[in-house]
Design a protein around this ligand. Structure first.
Ligand code: ARG
Length: 472
């Protein structure tokens, strides 16, 4: 007999039952459902709705059920529709008629809302650990190979040299914000809907606050209609998860380029690569590609959940059952992606000389050279023009870097300027030497000496701060 079968004559059509049931998905909530039930039973006892002995029998039954769920000994019955009715039925089989008192003052609507908040809280805890582990891997790599220089790009073209550590720490910053967004969502979702009933509020004087506290909630939801039908927390967490996946995807994209032999900046470990069934030469960074690919599904989960909710009147509508499949899958994807990216980073081999060599290509020190002229009193616009001329000359003469230009080239460029200060500098002793120093990779790095810049001392400080933040 269906738990809700009282008013029904005919049993459910098989097509309807198959279509509406959710046990395959919401069995995931079993432990949270049991935790919620135990707290609810205690609340019923406090309100005098079950005796102390009844409460004990119910709680013992729920505890034994929990052991069987944890031990994988529970067989879910598809005919019982969802996890809530499966567990209630199993409980009643174990404890007898008193099982029929469990659902007093509770609806599956406040129940599933409670379960999902508890589940989400646990999921956020796991994700936070995963993010921290990836941050640690990035920080370790930054400490190991971070003094290597990378050609920083904009428009994918060589722009300015940056320390590899600086590049890695950019992702640490993104991941820290991802952690912050999840923590922020957790803070808002950590309220108990129990006691909201189906929509109007439970018909008994339940002490919702104590039950909430037992479940580790910070308080209770303020409106029963909202509490039973709101899934903002799912959207918030999915939004944070989608953004985190986008961050991982950007990094994954860089790994695929860097590991291409044309770049040769890094080697992905064999353990994080796959081969081709046809081409014996192939070694592919598949985990990175799949992180990039699976980010699509997480973005999809966010948009599908927003679309799911947008047309729903208050309060609970069965549509809300569809909040779970994409949500569960999305957070599992993020969790697994964090793990595989951490492994990939931990085992990444860095080719320092290839990076260093590339860092100088494309006259990446030109901005530092212009800045050196500005420091000697040349207006920036004039300096930009002078250095632009030097770059053009170097390119025409097949010089790979600005530092390779002869003294004469520096003096001629200054002398040809329409800026009087620059023309005066052309005749200053040692000027070519000083400018050539400024135009080295080291000179360029050292000049970005601001908070958040890539000057080695700044990066060392940022690295120390990132480490301290993680251990705080
Ligand atoms: N399986 C349902 C869900 O996930 C549980 C709540 C069902 N409530 C109801 N009134 N049919 O949303």
């Amino acid at each position: 007999m269906r738990l809700w079968g009282g008013r029904f004559g005919d049993g459910p059509d098989a097509r309807m039952a198959d279509f509406t049931r959710s046990i395959e998905v919401d069995a995931e909530l079993a432990l949270d459902d049991i935790a919620g039930s135990i707290a609810h039973v205690r609340g019923l006892a406090r309100a005098g709705l079950v005796t102390a002995e009844e409460a004990l029998a119910l709680e013992d039954g729920l505890v034994s059920l929990r052991e069987d769920v944890v031990g994988g000994r529970v067989a879910w019955d598809p005919a019982l529709e969802d996890v809530h009715m499966n567990l209630e039925t199993m409980l009643t089989e174990r404890v007898g008629a008193v099982g029929g008192k469990l659902h007093t003052g509770r609806s599956r609507n406040d129940q599933v809302a409670t379960d999902l908040r508890l589940w989400t809280r646990r999921a956020i805890g796991r994700l936070d650990e995963g993010i921290v582990a990836l941050e640690r891997a990035l920080i370790d790599l930054a400490e190991r190979d971070g003094d290597t220089v990378l050609p920083g790009t904009t428009h994918i073209q060589p722009a300015q040299p940056v320390l590899f550590a600086h590049h890695l720490l950019a992702y640490v910053e993104m991941l820290e914000r991802d952690r912050g967004r999840l923590a922020d969502a957790r803070r808002r979702l950590n309220l108990s809907p129990l006691g909201s009933g189906a929509l109007a509020g439970a018909g008994y004087p339940l002490d919702r606050e104590t039950t909430a506290a037992e479940l580790g909630f910070d308080g209770v939801t303020a409106n029963s209609l909202d509490a039973t039908s709101d899934r903002d927390f799912v959207v918030e967490v999915l939004s944070a998860a989608a953004l985190a996946m986008v961050h991982l995807s950007r990094f994954a994209e860089e790994i695929t380029w860097w590991s291409n032999p044309r770049f040769g900046f890094v080697r992905v470990a064999d353990a994080f690569s796959t081969g081709s069934s046809m081409m014996p030469n192939k070694k592919n960074p598949d985990p990175a590609e799949l992180v990039r690919g699976r980010s699509a599904g997480v973005i999809g989960a966010l948009t599908s959940t927003l679309a799911l909710i947008k047309g729903l009147p208050l309060a609970y509508q069965r549509d809300l059952q569809e909040d779970k499949p994409a949500f569960f899958a999305a957070l599992a994807t993020l969790d697994a992606s964090l793990g595989v990216m951490a492994g990939l980073v931990e085992t990444l081999a860095v080719n320092r000389s290839r990076m260093q060599e590339a860092a100088e290509e494309g006259y990446t020190t030109a901005t530092a050279l212009a800045d050196a002229l500005v420091r000697r009193g040349v207006p920036f616009r004039a300096a930009h023009h002078i250095v632009g001329g030097l770059v053009g000359g170097a390119e025409a003469e097949g010089k790979r870097t600005l530092a390779q230009l002869p003294d004469e080239a520096f003096r001629a460029a200054l002398d040809g300027s329409d800026d009087a200060t620059a023309r005066r500098l052309a005749h200053e002793k040692g000027i070519a030497h000083a400018l050539r120093e400024a135009a080295t990779v080291e000179g360029s790095l050292a000049s970005a000496d601001v908070t958040g810049g890539t000057a080695p001392a700044r990066v060392a400080a940022a690295l120390a701060r990132a480490k301290a933040r993680l251990s705080a």
